[in-house]
Structure formats: structure tokens, C-alpha cells
Design a protein around this ligand. Structure first.
Ligand code: 5GP
Length: 122
């Protein structure tokens, strides 16, 4: 099993420590949801676990069932709070180099507020 090293100084770790601000939409014991600083759609949210997980693989393998359930529920709650639950939205997570993950702390993107288009334009 490969173990990925968590970078304690990544930008989302710093947001979680309160060292840099974020535009928070929702928070619970295990998760934080805030608006992306460079939105790609009218609604562009990020949901992150508070635990130190590099990506989805790490979270799936090492997070507790409580943390995983809280994360799934936080995503659903965020879509409702943002008002895109009726119109539809996209959920995605970039993982690793080929996934174009830029911040090495697990996050999912919630995109909506207009038709998002096909998954991939080449
Ligand atoms: P990734 O490519 O890793 O899936 O996405 C990282 C996302 O984090 C990008 O959409 C980027 O705009 C966002 N981001 C990077 N730095 C910050 C920041 O300091 N604050 C917020 N709110 N979003 C950030």
C-alpha cells in the first residue's frame, strides 16, 4: 500500500487552522465548505474534511466511517445551501498528477448555477 505524505502547509490546511480566510458556507465537526477563490461557475464550492487526508484514495483508506459519512452529508447539505439542489450540479474531485490536483488536501468541487456542459472538452 502506498502511503502519501500529507503537507501540513498546503493552503487548505492553513485555511483550517485559520491562518488565511475563506468565504465559508457551512461547517461541521468533520468538514468545512467554502467558496472557491477562482470560481469556474456561478456556484463553485469546495468541501473538505477537517482531517489530514491528501486525496480521495487516502480518505477512502484511512478516514473513519464517521468522517466519511459526515463528508458525504456535507456535500449534500452544501448543494442545498447553495440553492442548486433542484437545478442540478456537478461533483468532482481531482486526484493526483493526471487528475490535475493542485491542492494536496482532499476536496470536492461543487459546480452549478448554470448548465455546466459536458464533462470534458478536448
Ligand atoms: P484542484 O485543482 O486541486 O482540484 O483545485 C484546487 C482549487 O482550490 C482551485 O479551484 C482553486 O481555485 C482553489 N483555491 C486555491 N487556493 C485557494 C484559496 O486560498 N482559497 C480558496 N477559497 N480556494 C482556493
Amino acid at each position: 500500500m502506498s502511503v502519501k505524505t500529507y503537507d501540513e502547509d498546503n493552503i487548505f490546511a492553513r485555511i483550517l487552522r485559520g491562518e488565511i480566510p475563506c468565504d465559508k458556507l457551512d461547517e461541521c465537526e468533520h468538514t468545512l465548505c467554502f467558496r472557491d477563490i477562482n470560481p469556474q461557475a456561478p456556484v463553485h464550492l469546495l468541501v473538505i474534511p477537517k482531517g489530514a487526508f491528501v486525496d480521495w484514495d487516502d480518505f477512502a483508506a484511512h478516514a473513519s466511517a464517521t468522517e466519511q459519512a459526515a463528508f458525504v452529508r456535507a456535500v449534500g447539505r452544501a448543494a442545498k445551501l447553495a440553492g442548486v439542489d433542484a437545478s442540478g450540479w456537478r461533483l468532482l474531485s481531482n486526484i493526483g498528477a493526471h487528475g490535475h490536483q493542485e491542492v494536496p488536501h482532499l476536496h470536492v468541487h461543487i459546480l452549478g448555477g448554470e448548465p455546466i456542459g459536458p464533462l470534458r472538452a478536448r
